[in-house]
Write a protein that binds this ligand. Structure first.
Ligand code: ATP
Length: 513
């Protein structure tokens, strides 16, 4: 645990030091759970968004994108159920005065059981050596099975209690498990209460005529209210999808995991409209397709897992999360939800407008069912960034810090470095930058010894360094150095574009899906 905490601290400070993420309004001591993306962060974030958009919208003939406004008619949120049910169960510790999400306290307890299982696996792997069969061990070891059963029973009970709004039982569960305040160790808890997460605001100049609005807590509703307009103008046939990326706002109760849980964040969502009765098939399809998208980035199969929901949201008939191994353990990265016809039916009822699709094959109208994929862009950023940050021991006994971002996502694809600041080398380097910048985001760096410049680019995540030296003036060749292998090769200037393209091109990455 301590090692993980340490790693997480390194992630946060590296994100600041290398211009990725800053605390918002830092000069005023910051604003809790609100962050700004800096010069490198904005590029990484954009590249993740583009990678998603390419895979979801541009590579699928039957999926289109929109960009709906953040403000929506307030009735939207009555229809969607957010006014009545977008709550988190909160609990306060009477001694430390700290506030927690009751469900998160319980999930963290179960997370500790998972850690115990991992420890048992590691111990057994060491004991049995090459003969170790992990799958068999997980399926048969009595201690592992006991932890698993305990965890499952706890989550089941919590799910059922939340479903029934039995908040007294949620508190009872916290007490029975002996969960203490992580800050103070105290077990002196208040009752569990519901807390609505939407931010309210007002539209209009005068106090009497002003209209109460909400900042949208999810982008999905902007898609549902536009369903018919998009379907008609795009002449789309079921099954088809509408995707959108954009800001969402939630007044989160506890938000202390950097950009994992923010009060202002960005979502990338896709609603897939289908024929009623086909939801199971599409649910499986999108679970698999989304996992493949994640795996295409090469961040390690072991770092992902599915978590099927015990407690289903009011709108869902099946739901699973794709969880990622963050520095603080496995947590939700993306949700895949089978939403039935809940959303469109609700909007039909509240708006009085028909939101149906005429199916020519069936010769009848119906309210389509919906399959949703919903991922937090900031969470994906944290997954990529934390997984890429490595400290490596080198052969000469020194260490280097390297940000091994998937090259397709790296903010800067190459840095061009004149070996010295004279003899015409900077001019040649500038010319290379001017040529490459049409295709890639490239940087120029002439300060400090070249070894230091390499380290700086390694830490910033730049996949290639291109060095211009005196030989370049003679033979038009440069040294290209690879961030991950540190291998250096002599190549012709005119070859650079093709070499870089091969590694950073979205096509070759997405082809791995
Ligand atoms: P959690 O249980 O972590 O609060 P959720 O189940 O409420 O998340 P959804 O409503 O399904 O999340 O939202 C879809 C995705 O949006 C999540 O998988 C997550 O990646 C992202 N997300 C949700 N809330 C936040 C937040 N406060 N900050 C950053 N990303 C978020």
């Amino acid at each position: 645990m301590a090692k993980n905490d340490d790693q997480f601290k390194k992630v946060i400070s590296h994100a600041k030091e290398y211009g990725y993420v800053f605390q918002s309004s830092e000069i005023y001591d910051g604003l809790s759970a609100v962050y700004d993306y800096a010069q490198n962060g904005v590029e990484l974030k954009k590249n993740i968004r583009d990678y998603w958009w390419k895979a979801m919208v541009q590579m699928n003939e039957n999926i289109v994108g929109i960009d709906a406004a953040i403000f929506m008619h307030p009735t939207t949120w009555k229809a969607s159920g957010h006014v009545d049910a977008f709550n988190d169960p909160l609990i306060d510790n009477k001694d430390s005065k700290k506030r927690y999400r009751a469900d998160v306290l319980i999930e963290d307890y179960v997370g500790k059981l998972d850690t115990k299982i991992e420890k048992e696996v590691a111990k057994a792997a060491k004991r049995f050596g090459d003969a170790f069969d992990k799958a068999q061990f997980l399926a048969t070891n009595p201690r592992v099975l006991q932890y698993k059963e305990k965890g499952a029973a706890i989550l089941k009970r919590m799910g059922q209690s939340l479903e029934k709004e039995d908040l007294a039982d949620v508190k009872a569960l916290i007490e029975e498990l002996g969960i203490a305040c992580p800050e103070s160790g105290s077990k002196n808890w208040t009752d569990v209460k519901q807390f609505n997460l939407m931010f309210g605001t007002k539209l209009g100049a005068s106090a009497d005529s002003a209209m109460d609005l909400y900042l949208r807590p999810e982008t999905a509703q902007g898609i549902f209210v536009n369903f018919l307009n998009v379907q008609k103008t795009g002449r789309l046939k079921i099954p088809f999808g509408i995707a959108q990326t954009g800001k969402a706002f939630r007044n989160e109760i506890v938000a202390r995991q950097f950009i994992f849980r923010m009060r202002e964040f960005e979502q990338m969502e896709m609603q897939f409209f289908i024929k009623p009765g086909t939801q199971q098939e599409w649910y499986e399809h999108w679970k698999e397709a989304r996992m493949k998208w994640h795996l295409s980035l090469g961040m390690g199969e072991d770092n992902y897992r599915f978590h099927d929901h015990e407690k289903l949201a009011h709108y869902a008939d099946a739901a699973a999360d794709i969880e990622f191994r963050f520095p603080f353990g496995f947590k939700e990265l993306e949700g895949i939800h089978s939403r039935t016809d809940f959303d469109l039916s609700q909007h039909e009822e509240f708006s009085g407008k028909k939101l149906q699709y005429f199916d020519h094959e069936e010769n009848k109208s119906y309210v389509p069912y919906v399959l949703e994929t919903s991922i937090g862009l900031d969470r994906m950023f944290l997954a990529v960034f934390s997984n890429s940050l490595k400290e490596e021991e080198l052969e000469n006994g020194t260490t280097r810090v390297v940000l091994k971002l998937p090259a397709v996502l790296a903010p800067t694809k190459a840095a061009v470095l004149p070996l010295v600041k004279k003899d015409g080398l900077p001019e040649v380097a500038r010319k290379i930058v001017d040529d490459l910048k049409w295709d890639f985001n490239v940087a120029y760096d002439e300060k400090d010894a070249v070894g230091r410049r390499y380290r700086r680019q390694d830490a910033a995540g730049t996949p290639f360094c291109i060095t211009v030296d005196h030989d370049t003036l003679e033979d038009n060749s440069v040294t290209i150095r690879h961030r991950d292998t540190m291998e250096q090769k002599r190549v012709k200037i005119e070859e650079l574009r093709a070499i870089i393209k091969q590694e950073v091109d979205m096509r070759s990455w997405l082809m791995k899906m």
